[in-house]
Write a protein that binds this ligand. Structure first.
Ligand SMILES: Cc1cc2nc3c(=O)[nH]c(=O)nc-3n(C[C@H](O)[C@H](O)[C@H](O)COP(=O)(O)OP(=O)(O)OC[C@H]3O[C@@H](n4cnc5c(N)ncnc54)[C@H](O)[C@@H]3O)c2cc1C
Length: 509
């Protein structure tokens, strides 16, 4: 036991009896603190002492928290779970991970369906941020401060009654952190940029446990990196995001028969090529093997806005949601109600292409045949989602550099007119490979046809990318070099690359 250990104990503000107790436990540990089991045990004991026993669950096998990932494919029981209440607690946890050299995973809303991203088994410790979920608004209502463990439904619930909106998540159950750190697509993105573009300041705990701010004036390189750079640089402990006066908005959901596929895709492509220049309009297509739902949203209280004219000539089978003047919160409630929340296995998968109705149609037909066959065999539900990323999304990210909402050069979305994602839900682990093969083959088909027709875009959106898709690798060589430089500057020992269990890590690029 040496000066390093004393400095470590003092950085955790351990009392003299606690230091003695920890020393004794280390001495008793037959294999020493750096071996597998004992290192984890000692790390969990140190966390209990430093954060208090209520903040550390040492029997997660029986604890429901261990299972609170959206996808059952991610369920794992960590050696222990640390649930910090503050940035100071996160600092202590990170120092403990470092000192005992243990593996860890960081969880916000647990909505990544990629195993290991925000889950870890008994070989490591889970840092579960769910109690850091405070939401507050500055006095002038221009900045909302969001705890990293909150969910977008809580954000809407807290802010809508106070008369403000933020660019964030569209589905209530999704976590605040993962969505922003991956970029963050929202109904307002064509007008205001992505969720990440709308962050004014990140509070971050770095690998050495220091708490720093990253904004346009302080640590501006880290500020840039966190806007789409994922879990590579530290644990974000607060997001200060720009708030805008709450909008009344219009929306309608029109359900079409698969027989109308070509006409609906033509209408969507026409909207993308013309109507989307009205940046208040967004139109997404949620397609199952049985029907196509057009989600039309306009960020102002205008009934049947002109931007969606291409859809009005197409008679829907039914209106799943009739023409409604509402709020982003009321829309989120509707979208949340059609999102699978029951315990199941889930996956998603991303690709991008230029706008072309015939490409969409050919890939949909390819996907549908396979999705139907696999549904017959396994009961898996699959959804084919076209979400437009209009040019103004990227322009907004760049434009903000010149405004008082200073933003840095954007990492992502340069020239991505359309993102495709699929959502898949199934129950039996033995069907994993079969079910996932549909989306894997479909992304290959997007690429093949896209390349043949000069429509392919290699970008893979992190927030929709599956476990085997290397999202960061599609950010461009220059951006990756810069992100790696920033990672080395703020994390010289590369704790987040070497000891973080999973997620989209720069070390894998
Ligand atoms: C039903 C559903 C709807 C969705 N809708 C949207 C949408 O509208 N727009 C959109 O852009 N995306 C959307 N997504 C994708 C979503 O943004 C990603 O799945 C995201 O990773 C989820 O965030 P989370 O915090 O819940 O995830 P988690 O699984 O908790 O975390 C995801 C990653 O972030 C890391 N992480 C978490 N917290 C922190 C932190 N504080 N500091 C550093 N790293 C951290 C984790 O370690 C992990 O690698 C949706 C996903 C689902 C399942």
């Amino acid at each position: 036991m040496d000066a390093r250990f004393d400095a470590f104990c003092s950085s955790l503000a351990l009392s003299a009896p606690q230091v003695k107790c920890l020393k004794d436990e280390i001495a008793e540990s037959a294999t020493g603190p750096h071996s597998h089991g004992s290192g984890l045990e000692l790390a969990c004991r140190a966390a209990e002492m430093a954060l208090g026993p209520d903040r550390v669950d040492t029997s997660p096998l029986n604890n429901i928290v261990a299972h609170k990932t959206w996808s059952q494919a991610c369920t794992a029981s960590p050696y222990c779970i640390i649930q910090p209440a503050s940035a100071a607690d996160v600092t202590k946890a990170i120092r403990i991970f470092r000192h005992f050299d243990v593996h860890f995973a960081v969880r916000s809303g647990g909505h990544s369906p990629n195993p290991g991203a925000s889950s870890i088994d008994a070989n490591g410790i889970l840092l579960d941020l769910q109690h850091m979920n405070a939401i507050s608004l500055s006095q002038d209502k221009s900045i909302a401060s969001l705890g990293p463990g909150g969910r977008w439904g809580d954000v809407l619930e807290a802010l809508t009654p106070q008369g403000v909106d933020v660019v964030g998540g569209r589905i209530p159950v999704v976590g605040v952190s993962g969505l922003i750190l991956g970029g963050g697509l929202h109904h307002l993105m064509a007008e205001l940029g992505t969720a990440a573009d709308n962050v004014d300041n990140f509070e971050v705990v770095l690998a050495d446990g220091t708490v720093v701010s990253a904004n346009a004036k302080e640590n501006d390189d880290l500020f840039w990196a966190l806007k789409g750079g994922g879990p590579n640089f530290g644990v974000v402990t607060r997001f200060d995001v720009h708030a805008i006066p709450a909008r009344k908005i219009w929306y309608e959901m029109r359900v079409y028969a698969v027989d109308d596929l070509a006409a609906v895709l033509d209408a969507h492509a026409t909207w993308q090529n013309s109507g989307a220049s009205d940046t208040k309009s967004t139109a997404s297509l949620i397609m199952t093997p049985d029907a196509i739902t057009a989600v039309l949203q306009y960020s102002a209280p205008v009934e049947r806005p002109e931007a969606f004219a291409p859809f009005y000539n197409l008679e829907p089978l039914q209106l799943a949601v009739p023409s409604t003047i509402g709020t982003f919160q009321s829309l989120a409630t509707i979208l949340g109600s059609v999102t699978p929340n029951q315990p199941m296995r889930h996956d998603y998968r991303a690709t991008s292409s230029r706008i072309d109705a015939r490409l969409y149609e050919d890939v949909y037909r390819f996907w549908r045949t396979r999705a139907l066959a696999v549904r017959d065999e396994t009961g898996a539900n699959q959804t084919f989602v076209i979400q437009p990323v209009v040019p103004n999304v990227a322009k907004q990210g760049i434009a903000r550099e010149a405004t008082q909402w200073v933003s840095q050069r954007r990492i992502i979305f340069m020239g991505v007119p359309k993102g495709w994602t699929t959502l898949i839900d199934w129950t039996d682990p033995k069907d994993d490979e079969k079910v996932r093969s549909v989306s894997i083959e479909t992304t290959e088909q997007w690429k093949k046809l896209g390349q043949e027709r000069s429509l392919h875009i290699p970008f893979l959106f992190m927030n929709d990318a599956s476990r085997d898709q290397n999202s960061l690798a599609t950010y461009g060589v220059g951006n990756i070099a810069r992100l790696k430089e920033i990672s080395l500057k703020y994390d010289p020992t590369q704790l987040f690359q070497k000891r973080q269990n999973g997620g989209f890590l720069l070390s894998k690029v």
